[in-house]
Design a protein around this ligand. Structure first.
Ligand SMILES: [Zn+2]
Length: 105
């Protein structure tokens, strides 16, 4: 049996991420522990396939304690000095993300 191509594995992992994060955000309010489990599964998929997590998913994970971050429930989000600041309510640490002004056509 042939090993699956790298491309298809990446695409598979990507669809997994979409699914896991959708589920995580659905349960985050009622069951934060379950949301954290989904995030852990997503991270494991990324590590196993040796791919980096897409940006839109990466920012939903606390980089200090790897918990699921959801604005309003598990995280606080502020914008200051061209940065998006995520405050994790679990470990009480901040993550700062730079955002660049998107060039409009
Ligand atoms: Zn944290």
């Amino acid at each position: 049996m042939r090993k699956p191509q790298k491309k298809t594995r990446q695409e598979e992992a990507l669809s997994h991420f979409h699914q896991l994060f959708r589920q995580a955000s659905a349960v985050a309010k009622a069951n934060p522990a379950l949301a954290d489990r989904y995030v852990l599964m997503a991270r494991r998929i990324a590590m196993r396939n040796r791919i980096s997590m897409p940006r839109q998913f990466k920012r939903m994970i606390c980089k200090h304690c790897y918990r699921f971050l959801q604005p309003g429930t598990t995280a606080r989000v502020r914008v200051a000095k061209r940065r998006v600041i995520w405050y994790c309510r679990n470990c009480k640490k901040y993550s700062r993300l730079l955002f660049s002004a998107r060039k409009s056509a």
